[in-house]
Design a protein around this ligand. Structure first.
Ligand code: GDD
Ligand code: MG
Length: 358
């Protein structure tokens, strides 16, 4: 039996302007909580049991898996205090049923990918590795864990979030999915905070453990920032990112009860939540409209997230913006790249312009 640990805890705050109450992995993306895309992909790759490792809001996850019919056994391991990535994996150990030599998949809970999951596990088992890391090349690796490998795929170092130019020795990064042989997890100290990236991986390398990297150049995205979140949603809706939980891909995903005026144009992989209203002559492109959002007549929304129940006034222009749950952007405002309207805030009509006077 192949088991997996899905890391969904930690204190990520970068989506904070949007998500006041919902844990990030439970935010709906392309119609279902983000975590469902990961769970169903793992299921389809032959994973039979998943441990959701969280350090907060465990009840939200518990309620969800009780009701959801995901076709796979999902259990929850809750840390009393966040134990870090390595600490969370160690804590999840007692919830695993595999034997000491079995492969355990670990997934970061905010990554969307086209990885051949079964292939990664196979490669791990065939080479009797201690750890096998899924690696992907990125243009700017500074925000990630750098993983240089030799010509045989053997990992030479693990450099988490390098701070000096000298440390940028490769464009290959830890893509947020790896396989541990179960007995190797037992070596992680229990009951304290451990970073798998800063402590466990470097420690294993120093002790001569067999750590390999498998490069996959297919689809990969970390949804940690609002703009990446919109991108991920767009890619799922339009089918660029693979997910068994999105059966019908296309220009737009419209949830039950949404009303889109005939003269409105909505596309570019936009996701339209339940009971959303898009009024006459509005355009919405490559955006996420959460449940109950209202886009009034003639408004233009591009590459933005509009929170649940938020309202965008007539003729307003939003580009690369996050509007929190229940916020109101009055008519004729212009908000661009990077603007964040906090949940519940109300901007009056004609409050902000965001372009040059030329
Ligand atoms: N249960 C639990 N407890 N989960 C945690 C904790 C914790 O204390 N801390 C972090 N996590 C989870 C997060 O929810 C996330 O799913 C995952 O661990 C990784 O944490 P992030 O905070 O998203 O890390 P990152 O994106 O900066 O870097 C990580 O991912 C990169 C790829 O996206 C690292 O693993 C990098 O090496 C990697 O390149
Ligand atoms: Mg991340």
């Amino acid at each position: 039996m192949t088991e997996a640990v899905l890391l969904v805890g930690g204190q990520g705050t970068r989506l904070r302007p949007l998500t006041v109450n919902t844990p990030k992995p439970m935010l709906p993306v392309a119609g279902v909580p983000f975590t469902v895309h990961q769970i169903t992909r793992a299921r389809d790759a032959g994973v039979e049991r998943i441990v959701l490792a969280t350090s907060y809001r465990a009840e939200v996850f518990a309620e969800f898996i009780e009701d959801a019919d995901l076709g796979i056994e999902v259990v929850i391991a809750t840390e009393d205090e966040p134990l870090g990535t390595g600490g969370a994996i160690r804590h999840a150990l007692s919830h695993l049923e595999s034997g000491p030599d079995d492969p355990i998949l670990i997934f970061n809970g905010d990554v969307l990918s086209g990885l051949d999951i079964a292939g990664l596990v196979r490669s791990h088992v065939e080479t009797s590795s201690d750890v096998t890391l899924y690696l992907t090349p990125v243009e700017d690796p500074r925000a990630y864990g750098l993983v240089p490998i030799d010509e045989h795929g053997r990992v030479q170092a693990f450099l988490e979030k390098p701070s000096t130019p000298e440390e940028i020795v490769t464009d290959l990064i830890n893509a947020g999915c790896y396989v541990f042989t179960r007995s190797v997890i037992e070596q992680i100290p229990a009951g304290r905070v451990v970073s798998v990236e800063r402590e466990t991986f470097p420690g294993l390398l120093a002790s001569g453990a067999h750590v390999r990297g498998v490069v996959d150049t297919g689809y990969w995205l970390d949804l940690g920032t609002p703009l990446a979140f919109v991108q991920g949603s767009r890619d799922l809706v339009s089918g660029i990112a693979p997910s068994p939980a999105v059966p019908d891909t296309g220009e737009v995903l419209v949830m039950h009860g949404a009303q889109i005026a005939g003269s409105a144009r909505v596309g570019g992989g936009t996701s339209v939540g339940r009971d959303v209203i898009v009024a006459a002559d509005a355009t919405v492109d490559g955006s996420v409209l959460f449940d109950g959002a209202v886009i009034e007549a003639g408004a233009h929304v591009t590459g933005s997230i509009i929170g649940a129940g938020a309202r965008i006034g007539e003729g307003s222009v939003l580009e690369g913006v996050v509007v929190g749950d229940g916020a109101v952007v009055g008519a004729q405002n212009e908000l661009r790249e990077g603007a964040r309207v906090w949940p519940g805030v109300e901007l009056p009509d004609l409050a902000i312009r965001h372009s040059s006077d030329a």
